[in-house]
Design a binder for this molecule. Structure first.
Ligand code: NAI
Length: 258
């Protein structure tokens, strides 16, 4: 009898869509997947960033193609899926990563606009892309979906209620899909990053970052995008076939410190 089965720890040849791939964690994920031999669909609203990341992946010897897309555009999402399938021949992995934060107090005049924008990008777009790609993810019998939530999916801070609600929603959506669609062989998991050095946090001065990390993060520092990308990779490996509905904290221990 074989000592172990042949579950693979390689994503070489798999087709992966990564949204928000022009910056931060999405960019690191696209690069890591490219280095691991995946064929990467680099998707972002920022056309210059998309071209740069695709070029960098090619220069590193990887396979990538870029699509400029605002994930708020439902027909654009359907076109993206059709284009990716036409270009790469299928879809094995979906990383719903594009996200924004628009801080607003509940009584601010702009609250409803920021609520609508944040919910649409951070949550509704995940469902739309998933619905559009589902048949392709199911086709191979081993599709992988990772949704990027946040430590804000577990707790809350003032003045980012739309963001907090959206990220709680990402966890709920991931769990619902894991239960509803598990029999299809597609797994649905969720990564909750803590404070990470990306475009989203670039406006926070270093001194404030360090102070926050000293007080709140057991590891005493901000995380790097690559550290989150590695966690995401671990959830999409063929060998991770029994991880479904997991919520993986990648936060240096922030969420478990009293
Ligand atoms: P980032 O700002 O560096 O990257 C986000 C990317 O999403 C950008 O390239 C941006 O152009 C793209 N994007 C924004 N709106 C878009 C739209 N409508 N359509 C297509 N692309 C769009 O930020 P970061 O930090 O890498 O964010 C990635 C994910 O991680 C987000 O979902 C964010 O909420 C989440 N996150 C970030 C944390 C942090 O500390 N940086 C902590 C926890 C979660």
């Amino acid at each position: 009898m074989a000592r172990l089965s042949q579950l693979s720890r390689s994503i070489a040849g798999k087709v992966a869509i990564v949204t928000g791939a022009a910056s931060g964690m999405g960019r690191a994920t696209a690069h890591l997947f490219g280095d691991e031999g995946a064929r990467v669909a680099v998707v972002d609203i920022n056309p210059v960033g998309v071209s740069e990341v695709v070029k960098e992946i090619h220069e590193a010897g990887g396979d990538a193609e870029g699509w400029t897309l605002d994930v708020r555009d439902p027909s654009g999402i359907r076109d993206l899926v059709a284009d990716v399938v036409a270009h790469f021949g299928g879809i094995d992995i979906l990383i719903n990563n594009a996200g924004i934060s628009r801080p607003a107090a509940l009584d601010a005049e702009a609250y409803e606009d920021s609520w609508a924008e944040v919910l649409e990008i951070n949550l509704t777009a995940h469902v739309r892309l998933l619905r559009a790609a589902l048949a392709h993810l199911q086709a191979g019998g081993a599709g992988r979906v990772v949704n990027i939530a946040s430590t804000e999916a577990m707790g809350a801070q003032p003045f980012v209620s739309a963001y907090t609600a959206s990220k709680h929603g990402v966890v709920g959506l991931t769990r619902a899909m894991a239960v509803e669609l598990g029999r299809t062989g597609v797994t649905f998991n969720c990564v909750c990053p803590g404070p990470i050095r990306t475009g989203m946090t670039s406006g926070i001065p270093d001194a404030a970052k360090e102070k926050f990390a000293r007080r709140r993060v057991p590891l005493g520092r901000y995380g790097e995008p690559e550290e989150v990308a590695q966690a995401t990779l671990s959830l999409v490996l063929p060998a991770s076939s029994y991880i479904n509905g997991a919520v993986l904290m990648v936060d240096g221990g922030l969420s478990i410190q009293n």
